[in-house]
Design a binder for this molecule. Structure first.
Ligand SMILES: [Zn+2]
Ligand SMILES: [Zn+2]
Length: 220
């Protein structure tokens, strides 16, 4: 048996749709059309409005302040779980989706912060959607020691297992991956100045400083 928190599922959908631009009753209903074990119809949506989580304007739906406050940690857990599953556990996008949905309801707050810190307070999920900040991210600036470090926080001779690449330019990320710089790979720092030289398997690659700063891994 599986308990479905319909209100949480719906406000999560509303959040995601609003992020993409717009959210209507029809969009929310069809987003849940294939869901197993529950239905989202006008009655459910009306109930959520009565509980003060969503607001209607014609066919448009928005989140109330309370709705946002309730949805935010769910979105955060879901997207952090995605990062964990893909970057650290090496799952594919398909395998990830189902597990991430489980985690968003079961991760305890302390564990969520630990995962966020382990991952180096990532700002985006693997799909490129923003991860809402938690207390740990605001505290973390530079004082909290994270287990996952970027190349510029490491020394010559250090080895890491790459966990993720934080770069907004997908072309650049694609290029790095084609050189073998991808999550799961072992990387050794050979030189830091005037440019970074890293070694992966038997290949050495020269990188500019700002690119190196966006490559994160677990120190081995
Ligand atoms: Zn995502
Ligand atoms: Zn954080």
């Amino acid at each position: 048996m599986k308990i479905v928190h319909i209100a949480d599922e719906v406000i999560e959908t509303v959040w995601t749709l609003l992020e993409k631009g717009s959210c209507t009753r029809e969009m929310v209903k069809s987003a849940h059309a294939g869901s197993a074990g529950y239905v989202v119809d006008d009655e459910v949506l009306g109930g959520l409005e009565k509980s003060g989580l969503i607001h209607f304007a014609g066919s448009d739906i928005s989140l109330t302040e309370e709705g946002r406050a309730q949805a935010m940690p769910i979105i955060r857990r879901h997207r952090l779980a995605e990062r964990l599953l893909v970057d650290v556990l090496g799952m594919t996008f398909e395998e990830m989706e189902e597990s991430a949905c489980e985690y968003e309801h079961t991760l305890a707050p302390g564990l969520t912060e630990a995962i966020c810190t382990l991952l180096g307070h990532p700002r985006e999920c693997p799909h490129g959607s923003p991860i809402p900040e938690g207390d740990c991210c605001r505290r973390a600036e530079s004082s909290v020691k994270t287990f996952v470090k970027s190349l510029d926080a490491l020394s010559i001779g250090d080895e890491i297992r790459i966990t993720f690449i934080r770069k907004s330019d997908p072309v650049l990320v694609g290029k790095l991956v084609s050189f073998g710089v991808s999550p799961g790979k072992r990387l050794k720092i050979r030189q830091k100045f005037p440019a970074y030289i890293i070694q992966i398997d038997n290949t050495q690659i020269a990188l500019e400083q700002d690119i190196a700063a966006g490559i994160f891994g677990l120190k081995l």
